[in-house]
Ligand binder design. Structure first.
Ligand code: FAQ
Length: 311
C-alpha cells in the first residue's frame, strides 16, 4: 500500500470527484467494487428465472408483452453490470465461473418461488421497489462506470415497479379470490424483501469502508427504513395488510416501527439452503452448457474478423 497515494485518492472522493477506470485506486477499493458489481450482475441474471417462470402463463397478451420486456431488461442490466466490472480488470468468464461454482453470491430474494400470478405483481412492486431504493443512491457512487450504469437501470426499474403495482391494483380491485391471492403473495414475500437490504448495520462487514469510499451513500438499515416508510402506505392503499404485528407508525420518529427480521433464515438462504437455491443453480448451469455453442460461435467470428483485419 502507498499511504500518500491513498490520502490523495480519499481527498478526491471527499471532493465528490468520480473515479474512472484508468485512475489509480487502492486494491481494496477495486476488489470491493468487483465484488458488489458482479454480485449485482449475477442477481439480475438469476432474477430472470422467477419471473421467466410465468411468461407462458401471463393472463393476457398485454401482461405477457410487459413481462417479456421486463425480463429482457434484467438480462440487459446484467450485461451492463458485467461490462462495468470488466472496466476494473475482472474477466467475465471468471465472474461467471464464480457464480456457477457457488463462490459468488447473488441476492437472497431470487431463491424464493413464484407460486401464483400475484407473485409477479409483488416482484415488480416490492422487489423492484427495494432495488430502486438501493440503486438511486448508487447513481452517485464514486466509481464512474457503475454510477452511470445505474442511471439507465433505475429508469427501467421504475417502469418495472409501476407494472408490478398495477398488477396488484387490478388484483385488489378484482374478485375476492384475486384479492386473497394478492394478500397471500404479500404474506410470503414481505420478510424476504426486507432482507434484500442486507444484514443490520451492526453485522454488516463492508458498510463502513464502502461509505468512506462513497460507494454506498446510506447504510443497510437506513435504506430498509426508507423502503418500509414508502411502501406501507402503498400496501394500505391496496387494502392489504402486512404480516408483521409490530408494524406501527411512530408519531415521535415519523417512521414505521417494525418487528425483528429472521436473520437465521437470511443466513441460511445466503449459505445456499433457501427454498430454490439448488433449482436456480441447476438452471444457471444448464443455461451455461446450452449456450456453449453461442460463445464458441462468437469467438470464432471475432477471430475471423481479426484475421481479415490483419490480412
Ligand atoms: N443477498 O457487509 P454487507 C435486482 C452479503 S436487485 C445475498 O452489508 P454490502 C433487480 C454481502 O454481499 C438485487 N447476499 O455487504 C431485480 C456480503 O457478502 P460477501 C441486487 C447478501 O455489499 C429486480 C455479506 O452479505 N442488488 O437484482 C445480501 O456492503 C427484480 C455482508 O453484507 C444489488 O446487488 C442479500 N440480500 O451490502 C432483478 C445492489 N445482503 O460479499 C430481477 C448492489 C448482503 O462479503 C427482478 N449491492 N449480502 O461474501 C449493494 O448495494 C450491497 O452489496 C448490499 C450489501 C446492500 C446488497
Amino acid at each position: 500500500s502507498d499511504p500518500e497515494r491513498e490520502k490523495r485518492f480519499q481527498a478526491r472522493i471527499d471532493a465528490e470527484e468520480r473515479i474512472e477506470p484508468n485512475d489509480w485506486m487502492p486494491e481494496q477499493y477495486r476488489r470491493t467494487l468487483i465484488r458488489q458489481i458482479s454480485q449485482h450482475a449475477h442477481s439480475e441474471i438469476v432474477g430472470m428465472l422467477p419471473e421467466g417462470n410465468w411468461i407462458t402463463r401471463a393472463p393476457s397478451l398485454k401482461r405477457k408483452a410487459a413481462l417479456l420486456a421486463k425480463v429482457q431488461d434484467e438480462g440487459g442490466h446484467g450485461a451492463y453490470l458485467y461490462a462495468a466490472a470488466e472496466t476494473l480488470g475482472a474477466a467475465r468468464e471468471d465472474l461467471e465461473d464464480e457464480l456457477l461454482s457457488g463462490k459468488a453470491k447473488y441476492s437472497s430474494i431470487f431463491n424464493y418461488p413464484t407460486l401464483s400470478w400475484a407473485d409477479i405483481g409483488i416482484i415488480g412492486w416490492l422487489v423492484d421497489g427495494a432495488a430502486i431504493m438501493n440503486q438511486i443512491p448508487l447513481c452517485r457512487c464514486s466509481y464512474g462506470p457503475y454510477a452511470r450504469a445505474m442511471i439507465r437501470v433505475c429508469k427501467e426499474e421504475s417502469f418495472h415497479q409501476r407494472q408490478g403495482y398495477e398488477i396488484m391494483l387490478a388484483l385488489c380491485r378484482g374478485t375476492p379470490e384475486q384479492k386473497a391471492m394478492a394478500q397471500e403473495a404479500l404474506n410470503r414475500w414481505w420478510w424476504p424483501v426486507l432482507m434484500m437490504f442486507g444484514p443490520s448495520d451492526k453485522d454488516s462487514q463492508h458498510t463502513e469502508t464502502a461509505m468512506r469510499w462513497k460507494i454506498k451513500r446510506f447504510t443497510n438499515d437506513e435504506l430498509r427504513q426508507k423502503f418500509i416508510d414508502a411502501t406501507v402506505p402503498q400496501g394500505h392503499f391496496l387494502g392489504l395488510t402486512f404480516p408483521d404485528p409490530a408494524l406501527t407508525f411512530n408519531e415521535t420518529t415519523q417512521h414505521w416501527d417494525f418487528g425483528e427480521i429472521d436473520w437465521t433464515e437470511f443466513k441460511r438462504v445466503i449459505a445456499g439452503d433457501g427454498p430454490c437455491n439448488r433449482q436456480r443453480m441447476k438452471q444457471m448451469r444448464a443455461k451455461h452448457d446450452n449456450n456453449a455453442w453461442v460463445r464458441a460461435a462468437a469467438l470464432a467470428y471475432a477471430n475471423k474478423r481479426q484475421q481479415r483485419a490483419e490480412a
